[in-house]
Design a protein around this ligand. Sequence first.
Ligand code: 5AD
Ligand code: SF4
Length: 479
Amino acid sequence: MSRELFPILSGAEGRVKCGNTQPDPASGFDAEGKPFYIETFGCQMNVHDSEKVAGVLMARGYRPVQTPEDADIIFYNTCSIREKAAQKVFSRLGAFRKRGGGERKVFGVLGCVAQQEAENIFERAPHVSLVCGSASYPKLPELLEELEAGHKRVTGLGLDTEDCFETEMTRRDNRFRAYITIIEGCDKACSYCVVPVTRGAERSRPADKILAEALRLANEGFTEIQFLGQTVNSYRDPSPLRMSFAELLSRMAEVPGVRRVRFTTSHPRDFTKEIVDAIDSHPALCDQIHLPAQSGSNAVLKRMLRTYTREEYLEKIHYIRNAMRDISISTDIIVGFCNETLDDFEQTLSLLDEVGYDQVFSFKYSPRPRTAAGHYEDSVPEEEKGRRLLILQDKQREIQIKRNRGCLGQEYEVLVEGFHPKLGQAVGRTSSNRIINFPGEPSWVGSYMTAKVTASGPNSLVGQRVTEDAGGSAKEWKF
Ligand code: 5AD
Ligand code: SF4
């Protein structure tokens, strides 16, 4: 997945909260400063990091632009979780070189590829002059100033930064949902995963600071808060409050003006019943949990160093299914991990049936450098990985068709997140993270309303706004 940060300014989410992005008069730059462009690859953490980078640069007088052609400084905020994602930045850089016009521009590589490849990037792409990993973003303005001062190549690759990135300046891209990173890095060391290398050890933000930020965001008009962390529920409050993750969620749900709270991604090992109890007690905590299983086979889970068995994972699912509210569950699955047999794969398929996920993000295993599994034999051939992926996705599609059919005739509160002008349809999201498209108005974006489901498909629902005279017969949506 890739997502360009600035082009969406002109879309349905065009009215953007910029937070405190006034130029800092002490910085020596003026508001007509250099134009910059950021393209973001990868996960929500990266999307949010780009928001922070943009905020800090704008506060120094740099100016965001819509296209790389209009920019003097081009940043690629990169993802290295799989080989293909990591390659993207080099193909972007190569494409710019080929068509020319980049000679006077500054190219900066940010994020996970920067952290992983470090100075090697200068070898592979000699026109890059800045390489900076996520833990060093607070240093970005200094790095740019060093380039201004005549340095040819600058790097920010330290992972020991205790600094919490200055979130006050975050330039938020969505005007009703705000991300808050509550924990950075990852200590879990899953054998296939590069994140501990690229993002460093776990560092949690103090709970009082998180709550203060949420209050400020709610006062600015944001109604949905999403907590982010690679292992969000491994949160350990370093403040004297010593709040558990479940307590933090509960406190968050009580912040005036906050109507929805989501969190991603949870690690099964640290997933407690208290989290489910908190969701049950606080309607503002959304009926949605993302709990990556990665595999349904104990043998594979062991080689992945996931630190739980299928049975232990299912115990956590049991807590969720026993909740008073109907909570939707999504997961991540890797197929074709080293030595995954057909029997192992069958066990993953049976896990899908047993849990009945509402959404599955599935990936072919991709060996990564500097990971434990990078030294194992990548034994499952590429075509076989592809075959297993398709089988898994077909199965999940059937499961989603059935589960979404269960929503027919039901009424849900939705937050209207967008509007399709051509279709005249409002795009609403339920607390359980389902999309309901229904006839609406552009002015509804940002409002909460009730929609009744009239048709269902594997990935979304169709409905009608519930008003006095709203009706509509329930039918299956054909694709
Ligand atoms: N190959 C394939 N998928 C991976 N993921 C992480 N590392 C790899 C890898 N080397 C997947 C996991 C994780 C998601 C974000 O990406 O499923 O949960
Ligand atoms: Fe990677 Fe595992 Fe950490 Fe998730 S928990 S970021 S998969 S090492």
